[in-house]
Design a binder for this molecule. Structure first.
Ligand code: ADP
Ligand code: ASP
Ligand code: MG
Length: 413
């Protein structure tokens, strides 16, 4: 008998009809002799709707109350799902994060899981029930409800699979798996059969929202094999597994885009030791994450410093930096929110040079100006004007021939 954790995302449970269909599918797996733990998201659009309510009332909503509010979306779907299972003639029990208990720290709206008690789940599984658990939520030591950050139901599912030592963790969504790029913006995107945790971590961190990055990190750490697949077909999806289990590694395995960042430039910064710290300390003290950073070389003891932050932090960052600029005697602060970060990812890049220059050439051929660049062992990212996002993604996807399984390039055995 296998123990399987399955997570169904918002579009998969977006109506009562869809919830009934999910219940029928899960019952089928149970009838094959499996113990089933089902993590559900809120209905699609619900978490956004609740967020809008909060913002109508408080510009920067109280974070404890925000969690109280946002966690309700998942309560609705698990209750309806349990009813659907019962209506179909089997038995299910729905459990909230605190009933499980999924313990987290107290960083409201972006809490991290500290431990999971599996006793209640196991008791119900042993009684023959399907156990359905609210995704995205947990509870603090004090008993306050928390949420794990947007997209966090994936993380709930993987954490449960790790804690229960499940045989598999399946993430059901509205596409057939992990693709070479977002299939909703590039028709030539190709489904990847197997991808390593590290590549998936890069893809997720660079904008492929098909998996929440924290879920991939947990899966890697606890060696949980992940299967990303469609709610609406029976097809095999994508397996996220250890790199050494993958026979062929590709030069470039995916193209991603991220439209959630904004660029800030401070002009004519004195080029001397300690200035970067003066700029970035107040930003990090405000809990603002900085992504790409560029500092130009200078001949005149003055330089320009450019970096990116999340768009949601842009207004606060600009305010802080205008003060900093005055203090350090910089000339001015400029910002641009209409940018996108386009990235190519592939473990094969480790052993190959020339990938970045190929990327630059492809963008140049399309007349797309690169505003910033950053590289790591297995990725190259470029910031471009947001209006070029789709063009850039499709051009790179075409040029690296990602619609075909490209040649394996690793030669070591
Ligand atoms: P769910 O509600 O099921 O959690 P999400 O909307 O969070 O679903 O994630 C699925 C979406 O991720 C897809 O509809 C697709 O538009 C987007 N996506 C972005 N990049 C990729 C990619 N490389 N492969 C697959 N889907 C991707
Ligand atoms: N409902 C939450 C969200 O929309 C969590 C999730 O769906 O993963 O972000
Ligand atoms: Mg998601």
């Amino acid at each position: 008998m296998a123990l399987i954790v399955q997570k169904f995302g918002g579009t998969s449970v977006g109506s009562t009809e869809k919830i009934k269909a999910v219940a029928r599918r899960v019952l089928g797996y149970q009838q094959q002799g499996n113990q089933m733990v089902i993590v559900l998201s809120a209905m699609s659009g619900e978490t956004d709707r609740l967020t809008d309510f909060a913002q109508d009332i408080q510009k920067i909503p109280n974070r404890r109350e925000m969690d109280m509010l946002l966690s309700t979306g998942e309560q609705v779907t698990i209750a309806l799902f349990a009813m659907a299972v019962k209506e179909a003639g089997s038995d299910a029990v729905s459990l909230l994060g605190d009933q499980v208990a999924i313990r987290t720290d107290d960083m409201h709206t972006k809490a991290r899981i500290k431990s999971i008690d599996t006793a209640e789940i196991k008791k119900n599984l042993d009684a023959g029930k399907i156990v359905t658990i609210a995704g995205f939520q947990g509870v603090t030591e004090k008993g306050d409800i928390t949420t794990l950050g947007r997209g966090g139901s994936d993380t709930t599912a993987v954490a449960l699979a790790a804690a229960l030592k499940a045989d598999a963790c399946e993430i059901f969504t509205d596409v057939e798996g992990v693709y070479t790029t977002d299939p909703n913006i590039c028709v030539k995107a190709r489904k990847i059969d197997c991808i390593s945790y590290d590549e998936m971590l890069e893809l997720a961190s660079l904008g492929a929202k098909v998996l929440d990055i924290r879920s991939v990190g947990l899966a890697k750490r606890y060696r949980v094999p992940l299967h990303v697949r469609s709610t609406f077909t029976e097809n095999e999806g994508t397996w996220v597994i250890e790199e050494d289990k993958i026979m062929e590694s590709m030069l470039v395995s995916g193209v991603t885009y991220n439209k959630n960042e904004a660029r800030i430039t401070i002009k004519h910064v004195p080029d001397q030791p300690g200035i970067a710290a003066k700029i970035f300390l107040p930003i990090s003290d405000a809990g603002i994450l900085v992504d790409m950073i560029i500092q130009n070389t200078s001949d005149s003891h003055l330089t320009d410093m450019t970096f990116t932050v999340m768009r949601s932090d842009y207004a606060r960052a600009m305010e802080i930096l205008k003060n900093v600029a005055r203090e350090i005697g910089a000339k001015s602060v400029h910002g641009d929110q209409d940018i996108a970060k386009i990235s190519i990812v592939g473990v094969g890049m480790r052993n190959h040079s020339g990938i970045a220059s190929t990327m630059f050439q492809i963008l140049a051929n399309e007349g797309i100006n690169m505003e910033m660049v950053s590289t790591s062992e297995i990725k190259v990212s470029c910031v471009v004007a947001e209006k070029y996002t789709e063009l850039a993604v499709r051009a790179l996807h075409d040029a690296f021939v990602l619609d075909k399984e490209n040649m394996p390039i690793e030669e070591e055995f």
